[in-house]
Write a protein that binds this ligand. Structure first.
Ligand code: PMV
Length: 296
């Protein structure tokens, strides 16, 4: 049995707009996808994680094998502690883990850039038109600024970010959400350009305050970002309920993270104690979640 690992992520600023060339800021989290492989007569997929879609996953296995120019077939087993609920980059983490497992099986010493490129090919099986932010942060971790046409740079995180991740329990395929945004853009190009400009300004400010460690301003920008995601129709009532519960419980800011249509939200806490209070309030409202810290 050979194993590979890929980490999950949250998007602090800029999801969806990143598909159209606006920068996004993403944070790697400690939750990971673990993939175990063994050679088999045909490709097979089993998962310990609820909510995976075998049809997409088998296609991703095919895409990755093809990209890596490998001819064998594998039994692939997904494990780990990264919920596959949408919004946490679980498909990208899976693809990265898969590439690393294949590299280990064939004793290939791949550079991170190669792992990223191969994983991106796998991501296409899930997303259709992925920006590449998820696989990039799954490979490199930490905080990154990602621009689709230019690549990524690592960001300094001025103060550790205590983040509460909350799951709506409703998962919409990212491909569907990206497609809905594409239709919205097609319906009114001018309006969408204005939203993109707003998102671009927000991410620019976000980058500065992430590196200076101005938590209050990061929180304020997260709230603005959530409104912008509402304006493009990717939030649902449960996302708004979680955001409100988190803010009422003392969060500095809260927003949807990732593709939306449910999926996950994130809230920024001023410290670990506050993060636990926010998580408790979210759980009392009936949602599951966990705390994570970025930039320690
Ligand atoms: O829902 P997730 O974790 O797959 O994140 C999707 C992020 C999007 O910006 C909506 C799409 C993309 O390819 O960047």
């Amino acid at each position: 049995m050979t194993t590979g690992i890929g980490y999950g992520k949250v998007i602090l600023f800029g999801e969806h707009f990143v598909v159209y060339g606006i920068p996004a800021i993403a944070l790697g989290i400690a939750n990971k996808a673990i993939v175990e492989i063994k050679k088999a007569p045909q490709n097979e997929f089993v998962s310990d994680m609820p909510g995976t879609i075998p049809e997409y996953t088998l296609r991703a296995i095919d895409f990755v094998l093809k990209a890596m120019n490998l001819k064998d077939k594998f039994h692939v087993h997904l494990k780990g502690d990264l919920p596959t609920v949408g919004g946490l980059g679980s498909s990208a983490a899976f693809c990265v883990a898969l590439v690393r497992a294949f590299a280990s099986y064939y004793d290939l010493s791949l550079r991170d850039k190669q792992v990223n490129d191969y994983a991106y090919e796998g991501e296409k099986a899930f997303h259709g038109n992925p920006s590449g932010v998820d696989n990039t942060v799954a490979v490199y971790g930490g905080a990154i600024k990602f621009i689709r046409t230019k690549g990524f740079e690592k960001l300094k995180v001025g103060t550790p970010l205590h983040i509460v991740v909350a799951m709506t329990g409703i998962s919409s395929p990212t491909a569907k959400m990206v497609e809905e945004v594409r239709k919205l853009k097609e319906d009114d190009e001018d309006e969408f350009r204005a939203f993109c400009d707003e998102a671009g300004e927000l991410v620019k400010k976000g980058e500065k305050v992430v590196s200076s460690g101005d938590l209050v301003e990061i929180g304020r920008l997260m709230n603005e970002n959530h409104k912008l995601l509402g304006a493009i129709g990717v939030t649902i009532e449960k996302n708004d309920i979680i955001v409100k519960v988190a803010l009422d419980a003392g969060a500095l800011g809260a927003k949807l993270t990732g593709g939306g249509g449910g999926g996950c939200c994130i809230a920024l806490a001023k410290d670990e104690k506050s993060a636990n209070t926010i998580l408790l309030a979210i759980k009392k409202t009936g949602f599951d979640g966990f705390c994570t810290t970025v930039g320690l």
